[in-house]
Design a protein around this ligand. Structure first.
Ligand code: WT7
Length: 653
């Protein structure tokens, strides 16, 4: 981690919330925002306690709103609730019973609309199916599915019976899946015969079979959804078809009363060292925070059609496709596909077809749309849109402007939302009716979030200066632990910044600055995490994958800027003995990494080298490699380099 952060971006444009928008919004002005913010800051327990009471259903009220024993927070201690009940049952006693909960659009063009009443029935039946296979409260269940309604149904069914889920992105390979199954000691895996992605059927069950063959001994059963009708091997006594198992089940399954701090799910994410971490989220605080952020940030009303384009395999899908929207009784759109050469306008077709009002996507997608040209969205009717959002990485101001003009027709506020897997919900963001926006800034903290920018000693840096983004007070949906590794939880988030005795700062891993108006500008990761298309990848994971190839002696991976994906993976590789370095071997290594982790970890470039630049203590100097990878001159101190000639050799590449 370097200790200086420089920022060069200067952006002066300011966009006020349109009056018509503000008038109807939950939070209507800067003044209302300030009032909410200061109420939350002066008495967080009262603030969150009142909202929890008003907005959620509890089987039993809590004794204490917050128990903060840094770095361990417990929210709504003694309270009991069930998030599946809050997402389903409580909407059944009103007109919402027959309201669309999920509008699903498949990649090949098939579709399904599921009302709250139907979703409740599906979830209850599937929860009973899980029980019939012996899944009990506390057992971990892995979900490895494409973007089909069954993914949401499976999550809600797990939550209903108190079995923490671990959703694994369908793009991960068998090896990556196996690591996650083993770490979570999952008892059961829910998968599909396959899914459709970019006009091809991808195999999922096959990857599960491979993962189990390579050893995931905790897994007792596999439930398989039929999606592509691909041939799959079903192991008798272990594997069951969803469509055979579920219909036999009763549609009666009362939601299990969960303690507020019972684990709701584990979600794996990359860090700077070692294997992916299982981020643990619990029930009450997560339910409340995702509910409130969805309501106020997306200004979500009962009449809205809301669409977040993420995959449920990521936290964005958990919080803002499934739990946040459904807890609010909203209509949430789920789309299986991604823009692809055969259908570059598919997103705009979905918006037009369903009259989407609120659209939430990633900067990398916006950059891809810009490349495809504005004629494509211009040929569709996007007039239903009233609010746009982005998430995953900093958005370049010009991409923001394009999104605003071409997609939003110049009339939709944009919420640039900064948050992380660990934060559970959105932390820095405009409230669209209240906060004027600046292209490229995620603006202000959500009420109840105390964010700052500090140096390594925890001292706030001056406005305009770069520093480390930290959160100073606990918030309801914060990470509770790294599954099975509390030391890592402490070390990763609470020990990098070392403030004075008695102060605990949550370190996000991002560099940021604040401007004179108090707006936050996130600059990106300051650790060895690479952000490719808004997906977090640890350099260590990719390096381990490379080194696991028999011809690779050593590897160092860095990110280099990429116009489309934000960052791209650049790998420096030194080979065993006198292995010949050639293009075929590069291709083989790319294939190898894809097989080990998944296509999202595919290196964009591989450079063979005899040696890697290291310090005398043997640490790879990634800063130098980053400069080389992005074609920049090497600046800064190189005096700790063990062998100075290494640099010249690397430049020759
Ligand atoms: C990292 C978290 C949270 C959902 C998606 C990613 C980067 C996220 C923004 C934003 C600048 C952003 C940060 C963060 N990031 N949103 N609006 N502006 N950077 O979740 O995989 O946990 O990654 O994504 O670097 O630390 P994640």
């Amino acid at each position: 981690m370097s200790d200086t952060i420089e920022s060069i971006l200067q952006e002066e444009r300011l966009f006020n919330p349109p009056t018509e928008f503000s008038e109807r919004a939950y939070v209507r002005s800067g003044r209302e925002y300030e009032q909410l913010y200061s109420r939350a800051a002066s008495n967080p327990e009262k603030f969150w306690g009142e909202l929890a009471e008003q907005e959620l259903h509890w089987f039993k009220k809590w004794d204490r709103v917050l128990d903060w024993q840094p770095p361990f927070a417990q929210w709504f201690v003694g309270g009991q609730l069930n998030i599946s009940h809050n997402c389903l049952d409580r909407h059944l006693h009103s007109w919402r019973r027959n309201k669309a909960a999920i509008i699903w659009e498949g990649e090949p063009g098939d579709s399904r609309v599921i009302t709250y009443g139907e979703l409740h029935r599906e979830v209850c039946q599937f929860a009973n199916a899980l029980k019939s296979l012996g899944v009990q409260k506390g057992d971990r269940v892995a979900i490895y599915l494409p973007m089909i309604p069954e993914a949401a149904i499976a999550m809600l069914a797990c939550a209903r019976i108190g079995a923490p889920h671990s959703v694994v992105f369908g793009g991960f390979s068998a090896e990556a899946l196996r690591d996650r199954l083993v770490d979570a000691e999952a008892k059961l895996v829910i998968t599909a015969d396959g899914g459709f992605r970019k006009d091809k059927a991808i195999a999922l069950k096959q990857e599960v079979d491979k993962a189990l063959e390579h050893g995931a001994p905790s897994v007792e059963n596999v439930i398989v959804v039929q999606r592509t009708k691909a041939d799959v091997t079903m192991t008798a006594g272990r594997d069951y078809w969803w469509h055979e198992l579920k219909p036999q089940q009763s549609a009666h399954c009362p939601a299990e009363p969960m303690d507020s701090e019972d684990m709701l799910f584990i979600l794996y994410t990359s860090g700077s060292t070692g294997k992916p971490k299982g981020v643990v989220h619990t029930t009450g605080g997560y339910n409340l925070y995702t509910h409130m952020t969805t309501k106020w940030i997306f200004d979500l009303k009962d009449t809205d059609v809301y669409w977040c384009t993420a995959d449920v395999g990521w936290i964005t899908g958990h919080s803002y496709i499934v739990y946040g929207p459904l807890s609010n009784g909203a209509t949430t759109v789920m789309y299986e596909g991604v823009p692809r050469p055969s259908n570059p306008g598919c997103f705009w077709d979905v918006i037009e077809k369903y009259g989407v009002n609120i659209f939430y996507t990633a900067p990398t997608a916006i950059r891809a749309f810009i490349r495809m040209g504005e004629a494509i969205p211009n040929a569709r009717d996007l007039s239903s849109l009233r609010l746009l959002g982005t998430v995953g990485e900093p958005i370049n101001p010009e991409a923001w402007m394009w999104y605003h003009r071409v997609i939003g027709g110049g009339k939709c506020p944009i919420v640039d939302t900064w948050w992380q897997t660990e934060t559970g919900g959105i932390m820095l963001t405009p409230l669209p009716g209240a906060i004027p926006t600046k292209p490229g800034s995620c603006t202000r903290p959500f009420p109840g979030i105390v964010a700052d920018i500090v140096d390594l000693d925890g001292n706030p840096v001056e406005s305009g200066q770069g520093g480390f983004l930290v959160i100073k007070q606990p918030w309801p949906s914060m990470i509770r632990d790294v599954y099975g590794d509390t030391d890592r939880f402490r070390f990763t988030y609470w020990e990098h910044i070392q403030p004075k005795e008695g102060q605990y700062l949550y370190f996000a891993g991002d560099g940021a600055r604040r401007d004179a108006d108090g707006y936050f500008w996130v600059m990106g990761r300051v650790d060895d995490v690479i952000n490719v298309s808004g997906h977090r990848l640890g350099t260590m994971e990719i390096e381990s994958a490379l080194v696991s190839h028999p011809l690779v002696a050593e590897a160092a991976v860095v990110g280099r800027p990429d116009e489309l994906t934000g960052e791209a993976i650049f790998a420096f590789v030194s080979l065993e003995g006198n292995t010949e370095a050639n293009e075929d071997l590069k291709k083989e290594l790319v294939k190898h990494v894809t097989a080990e982790i998944g296509a999202i970890a595919r290196p964009a470039e591989i450079r063979f080298t005899d040696v890697l630049p290291k310090t005398r203590s043997g640490k790879i100097m990634r800063r130098l490699l980053r400069s080389l990878a992005s074609g920049q001159e090497i600046s800064g101190d190189t005096s700790t380099l063990e062998d100075r000639t290494v640099l010249d050799k690397l430049r020759e590449g």
